[in-house]
Design a binder for this molecule. Structure first.
Ligand code: FE
Length: 335
């Protein structure tokens, strides 16, 4: 039956039906408020329906593993390359070939084995008390281990994957021995025991309990939106280094197609769309992160923090060296 032979109303129905039939199921460690507007936009654009469940990455990966071939999930969306690397290690993702993703996602922000792809960039950088520190006093992550910072440093707990990833990258840059010296130096410079989150560490810097800390910039953005008068500013470290440790440590939020996806093509198309000019701002701006696609400019608030050079080490190292990083931090007494 040719659609042209149908009545106009029926023609419409005929055209609409295949679109309604397609569905992509996403397991997301990003919360609903961050992803729902994006998925709604995708459905408006393509007619493809997206079903999702949100949970922490641990339970989502355990669920994928337990469900095996019977999983309804086509795509896993999570934060931190360490987690994506883990998912890939556990055989939960599949390799995909995509010229679009190769073009939109810089090589250091995706899996060299093509199982996961960064969709937004999260920069872990220095935040200092503007009343107590001059930007010229700051230089590198490594320098925070030097005696001049004795009793002036605050850190978030080593239990958080963000710090494990940061230390993993430092192991890649310097080798274990030197990385351990640096972390030991940090611990020796702490003003107080590590904090449970980035915001509390910044609160302590603002209150003068310490002078400098290490945080993901979106936490800085959120805090300054609430309390714009805090004496805090961002510093971009490692900008003038010529070695492997050059550039600000970045991590990603990203996604991959699940190993047992029922609709792998649909999942791939969704990931490709998320990396496009059209979706990148929607994806990054809502959490004050950076677009992964270099053709897309960050949101105004984020852009005002200044531009910086990123470390070009592949973020997969955050995963492959994570176990070593955790042991190293333990040996160095970083709680
Ligand atoms: Fe976070």
């Amino acid at each position: 039956m040719k659609p042209t032979k149908l009545l106009p109303a029926l023609t419409l129905l005929f055209v609409a039906l295949p679109a309604l039939a397609e569905e992509v199921v996403v397991y997301s460690a990003r919360n609903e408020q961050l992803i729902k507007p994006l998925f709604d936009a995708y459905t408006r654009d393509t007619g493809v329906q997206i079903k999702f469940i949100t949970d922490k990455e641990g339970p989502l990966m355990a669920r994928l593993k337990a469900e095996g071939r019977n999983t309804p999930a086509d795509m896993l969306l999570t934060v931190d390359a360490g987690n994506l690397w883990q998912a890939s290690e556990e055989g939960l993702l599949r390799q995909i070939q995509s010229k679009t993703l190769e073009a939109n996602v810089p090589a250091h922000l995706r899996d060299p084995g093509n199982e996961w792809f960064g969709l937004s960039v999260r920069a872990r950088t220095l935040v200092y008390n503007t009343g107590k520190v001059k930007p010229a006093d700051l230089s590198t992550y490594e320098d925070l281990a030097s005696p001049k910072w004795k009793g002036r440093l605050c850190l978030r707990t080593s239990k958080k994957v963000y710090n494990q990833s940061l230390v993993a990258m430092m192991i890649h840059e310097y080798g274990e021995e030197k990385a351990e010296d640096i972390v030991r130096g940090w611990v020796g410079n702490l003003a107080t025991s590590p904090f449970p989150d980035d915001t509390k560490a910044m609160d302590a810097v603002a209150a003068g309990q310490c002078d400098v800390t290490l945080v993901n910039t979106y936490y800085f953005g959120r805090l300054m939106q609430k309390k714009p008068n805090l004496p805090l500013a961002i510093f971009w470290p490692n900008q003038n280094l010529k070695n492997k440790a050059a550039g600000v440590h970045v991590n990603i939020s990203g996604a991959g197609v699940t190993r047992h996806a029922g609709n792998p093509t649909g999942a791939q198309k969704l990931i490709e769309w998320l990396s496009s000019d059209k979706a990148q701002n929607l994806f990054a701006d809502v959490n004050m992160e950076y677009p992964v696609n270099p053709k897309v400019a960050p949101d105004k608030t984020v852009a005002a923090w200044g531009s910086f050079r990123q470390s070009l080490i592949n973020v997969k190292e955050a995963g492959s060296l994570q176990t070593k990083a955790v042991r190293l931090m333990d040996r160095a007494g970083y709680k």
